[in-house]
Design a protein around this ligand. Structure first.
Ligand SMILES: [Zn+2]
Length: 515
């Protein structure tokens, strides 16, 4: 071997460079790894591989001979090409000057080298991971398992939003004074007494800590402050002293200063508007609450009801479920209302002090589920009657006494316009007279029920509606003209509609009904 091959030269060059750069040989895993045992093991692997190769070679030659015998000369082409592939490699090796046996050793050695390098680096990296986290073998699979659980929850409840799928977390209220240790979200059906027992506090402490007196409805979903001890919170007012406050709640002043949450130093002035807690303090329940709820026992058994909260100021409370119903009053934003019944998208509510009415459900901040949980009802007043103007035109004579052309009582409303102007039913009802009428000329009379009737006089021709016909407000019933019946006491000075409204046979001012 006179000349080293190009590969060997390159390797030598690399070795020189690395030693020149002053690299510590210990950092080279290859050198570190090749111990005596490993050399022996390598030799054994080489022996195994060459034995295996010889065996396969022999077997494949036997197979080729068998195939040739079976199929004739056709199948000899493939083995020939394989033989020529092998001989090409041998030829190349021979030309490069490396003996075949040495080349085989080199190939095997490099494979073994690669295997050892990879295993050393693999164990090294897992060791560093082990140093970073004390139990890598446990934490890693646990993380994977957690992810799988979260995913499976997500897929099971795919209909729900992410926030619904997660457990509800009660965030502490930061504005709570330290005297209050927890916030309780009231569930429907819970009583004040039950909640007091749950937190080992008193009904009175809950009552005063949560300003239940000012809320007319004890509502589910309401958040209650839970005091650390039984007692009463108090907001310091102008001119109050520690002594006066102590006297008001029946405790000694020290009871207030010693309660650390109050952060009071004796001798220091009290902060007006600040809230302090009076441990074991007591105050009489307001008389109106005692009356309304039935004494102290009634307060303890005050049960949370399904309620809605008014979302906007001046929300209308109506007589029935619809905007066509009259307004009873307006509600303030934040007011809680007990839910009594439902009709379509309207809810019948009670304000806790006896007033009931209807509010559109979406104005109470109710979810679709909360609305659906309210019982449906059809128990509400019928829609109020709708009135429309019986004709377009100008009012030429009002209802009442008139002086011209002579003093007389005008029992209706005159609306003037061009001939053939359309005349409509002013309200839903049944036609009870249609045609030529005494006094009015061509006319229509409608019975609206509730004792109310209307008359439409001076029509231009025989009206197009028959007696017994049900008409809706706004239905066409005739055309404006100037006909009148002098024998019946009627008179008309020009084209107009005379419109009369009667209640129980007595003419009333139509302007009371027309929109
Ligand atoms: Zn008239």
């Amino acid at each position: 071997m006179a000349q080293p091959t190009r590969a060997v030269r390159a390797r030598r060059a690399r070795t020189r460079r690395s030693s020149a750069s002053g690299r510590n040989p210990d950092q080279l895993p290859a050198r570190h790894v090749f111990t005596q045992t490993e050399r022996v093991w390598n030799t054994w692997i080489v022996a195994c591989v060459s034995a295996l190769w010889r065996r396969t070679h022999t077997v494949s030659q036997a197979v080729r001979s068998a195939r040739a015998a079976l199929h004739g000369s056709d199948n000899i082409a493939a083995p020939h090409s394989r033989i020529s592939w092998q001989s090409n490699w041998r030829f190349l090796l021979r030309r490069s000057g490396i003996p075949l046996r040495l080349a085989a050793h080199l190939v095997t050695l490099s494979i073994v080298f690669l295997v050892i390098i990879s295993s050393v680096f693999g164990s090294f990296s897992s060791d560093t991971a082990g140093a970073a986290s004390p139990v890598p073998a446990i934490t890693a699979p646990a993380t994977v398992a957690d992810v799988q659980i979260q995913r499976s929850i997500g897929s099971m409840q795919s209909g729900m939003s992410e926030s619904e799928a997660l457990p509800q977390i009660r965030t502490p209220d930061l504005v709570l004074a330290p005297a209050f240790v927890e916030t309780h979200v009231v569930a429907e059906g819970e009583t004040l007494g039950q909640i007091a027992a749950q937190y080992h506090t008193s009904v009175a402490a809950l009552f005063w800590s949560n300003d239940i007196a000012s809320e007319s409805v004890f509502a589910a979903g309401q958040e209650l402050r839970i005091p650390r001890l039984a007692g009463v919170p108090h907001v310091i007012a102008e001119g109050e002293t520690l002594d006066s406050i102590a006297a008001q709640f029946g405790v000694r002043p020290q009871a207030i200063t010693l309660f650390k949450s109050n952060n009071l130093q004796s001798g220091e002035p009290l902060l007006v508007g600040g809230e302090i807690f009076i441990p074991n303090g007591s105050a009489p329940y307001p008389a109106d609450i005692l009356t309304r709820l039935g004494g102290e026992a009634g307060i303890a058994s005050l049960r949370a009801v399904a309620a809605g909260t008014v979302q906007e100021a001046e929300t209308n409370l109506r007589v029935g479920p619809g905007r066509a119903y009259a307004k009873i009053g307006t509600l303030d934003a934040g007011k809680r209302l007990k839910l009594l019944a439902r009709h379509e998208q309207w809810v019948k509510v009670e304000d806790g002090i006896g007033q009931t009415g209807w509010v559109r459900a979406d104005l109470l901040g109710l979810s679709a589920n909360a609305i659906a949980a309210v019982p449906e009802t059809n128990d509400f007043p019928a829609l109020p009657p709708v009135w429309v103007w019986p004709a377009h035109g100008s009012v030429t004579s009002q209802f009442g006494w008139r002086s011209a052309p002579f003093r007389s009582f005008h029992d209706g409303l005159d609306i003037a316009n061009a001939a053939w102007t359309k005349i409509y039913a002013a309200r839903r009802g049944e036609v009870y007279e249609s045609g030529w009428c005494s006094g009015f000329g061509y006319c229509v009379k409608i019975d609206h029920g509730d004792g109310i009737t209307t008359i439409y006089g001076h029509m231009i021709k025989k009206p197009p509606v028959k007696v017994g016909t049900m008409v809706e407000a706004g239905d066409l019933i005739g055309y404006m003209g100037s006909t009148y019946d002098r024998s019946g006491g009627g008179y008309s000075t020009g084209v107009h509609l005379h419109f009369t409204v009667k209640i129980n046979g007595k003419a009333v001012n139509p302007m009371k009904f027309l929109p």
